[in-house]
Design a protein. Structure first.
Lengths: 338, 338
DNA sequence: TTGTATGCGTTATCAT
DNA sequence: ATGATAACGCATACAA
């Protein structure tokens, strides 16, 4: 292994000068710098990051905690995070938390051992009060989901507004029997979407029978969505539209409906959320809400590094990014507006 | 920040004893160890990994380079890598290479700067001769894809055998007009599948018209698959079965077929590769080859750490993991066996 | 079994 | 503009 000392000897200067050159200090004569770079080149010197990290007390690494890698929604955000980090010369430690809080805590502790300078959390449950402890001494940014009233920046779309738009759109198509499939998790997004749905229904004076709200499991799995859908489609009277909190769930509803001989959107309107790739792979193409995933990832990195680099950065800058209602094939006016 | 020295003072011992205790040295009296742990507890001491890494000349980090995060196939392997690394107390730096060799090289250089102890490469092109240079001085394991004749362990299924099985199965169903959709990339898997297909066709003395081989783009994108499928379905005579090198491509073929009013598998048999989640989300469920992705990820980690920890570990242990032919709905006997 | 002391490769302070 | 040198926090060789 070649060290800074050998480079110094080769270039005929001191280690200090080599260090300064490598860190682009303006206080080094161009001619000297050239000699140093020459020596670096010939020796094939690569600075030891561990040593630099120890000395500078930083790691140039950020954590990205995701509940899983299988949901393309997270994949796209992680891609955005990676892209931006690459540009800013940071490395991203992508961690799979499986949605377990203790797993998240173990990863977050990497900041205390100086293995990471900050963290982006993708799947915070809204009741993670323990997060406050970490947020106080470590640099954290919440993405997609967040804990309300926490002194910690966050990036997300306005889930409440987006859902209102979607339900209003269904209403506008002529639907009055609108059901909903949520998920059995503690995400703030799930809560906000549920509330927005209820508010529009109340405002429109539409009935919301108890059994028109079904829960898929925490990860929005296809199988759990099918189950929820079957229960929903057995209800009397049957809803004419089903608002789902995820695209996978919407696909599972369509699948369940087809098994019952129902056509989408002819007999049933179905809508999703997120606009992942496969919303346009199979007909009917899915009507859904598009989230700027890639941009959300990038923005999270910016917010995080702002906090790391600026002493007095905003403690809790909440960035709401714009969503988009994607009107496609799976939503249409109901056949019989009884 | 609390250091090992403060812990030593608090426990009334030397830093050496604290260090030994923390590293579970048997040479420390249990009673002393208890005192030390007590001090660690009360002070809330967390070892500084940067310092430890510098001293031990390691990082406890491994790289995982993937061409993208959006393909669920890679996601599952990455999950396996993360799981196994977690068990062995290593951190995984997941890197998105976008399939660019220079991006891969930049990430691999992190090993030279001691930011990582080894790397798992998921998307090596078979002509990456430059990889030999890295493989010589760094610890590398190739997963899924690999460069032939490279002194570097690899983990994969037997793509040649798996493809032979699939094509033989189609033959057995009664198909003789079997076409193929490959991909415009330099993966060894793509080559092996192509060769296996050709070998079976030759062996069965079946005709293989030039225009029965179409290429999707490097990432197996849905749109490129549709395009390839449309071209293929316009051929005269039309194939009765299409073997695709990826599940997404198979879905795109089904979509293109349906647009032409063709039913799958009634009018056309379609098969995929990988067995990702959505092969059973929409009917017809896909006949495909299942790969043990999760296990492949885990195995890669084991192989890598073996190389890192054992001086004389096998230089090029090639592990072939078992695949499985998943017979489902998208393949059936041809209607008219002309 | 425990303590002392040295060095890992850098960066940064203080001289010059 | 450059050099000598002291940290950074930890692990370990050697001494006791």
């Amino acid at each position: 292994m070649v060290t800074i000392e050998q480079v110094a000897r080769q270039a005929g200067v001191s280690v200090a000068t080599v260090s300064r050159t490598l860190n682009n200090s303006p206080a080094v004569r161009p001619a000297t710098a050239r000699q140093v770079r020459q020596a670096v080149e010939t020796l094939g010197y690569v600075p030891n990051q561990s040593a630099r990290n120890l000395r500078r007390n930083e790691s140039q690494v950020i954590l990205a905690l995701a509940p899983n890698f299988s949901n393309p929604y997270y994949s796209r955000i992680l891609t955005g995070i990676g892209d931006r980090a690459w540009e800013l010369e940071y490395s991203v430690l992508v961690c799979n938390t499986l949605g377990h809080a203790n797993s998240e805590r173990r990863f977050l502790k990497m900041m205390e051992s100086h293995q990471a300078d900050g963290a982006i959390l993708l799947g915070c449950h809204w009741d993670y009060s323990w997060l406050a402890r970490f947020a106080q001494r470590s640099h954290i940014v919440q993405c997609c989901e967040y804990v309300p009233d926490l002194d910690c920046p966050s990036v997300a779309i306005d889930n409440y507004a987006a859902t209102r738009e979607m339900v209003a759109y269904l209403r506008q198509l002529g639907h009055s029997r609108i059901a909903m499939i949520g998920a059995d998790n503690q995400y703030i997004s799930t809560r906000l979407r549920r509330q927005a749905y209820l508010d529009v229904m109340a405002q429109e004076a539409l009935e919301v029978p108890e059994n028109w709200y079904r829960l898929a499991d925490a990860d929005y799995s296809f199988a759990s969505g099918q189950e929820a859908a079957r229960a929903l489609l057995a209800a009397v009277p049957r809803p004419t539209a089903i608002f789902c909190v995820s695209d996978i769930l919407a696909l599972s509803v369509i699948s369940a409906a087809q098994e019952l001989g129902l056509e989408v959107p002819g007999d049933l309107t179905v809508t999703g959320f997120d606009d992942v790739d496969y919303t346009t792979m199979v007909h009917p193409y899915l009507t859904t809400v598009a989230q700027p995933c890639h941009e959300m990832g990038r923005r999270s990195v910016d917010l995080l590094l702002d906090g790391i680099q600026n002493e007095q950065a905003a403690l809790s800058a909440c960035a709401f990014l714009p969503h988009r209602l994607m009107k496609r094939e799976s939503a249409a006016p109901p056949k019989n507006t009884i």
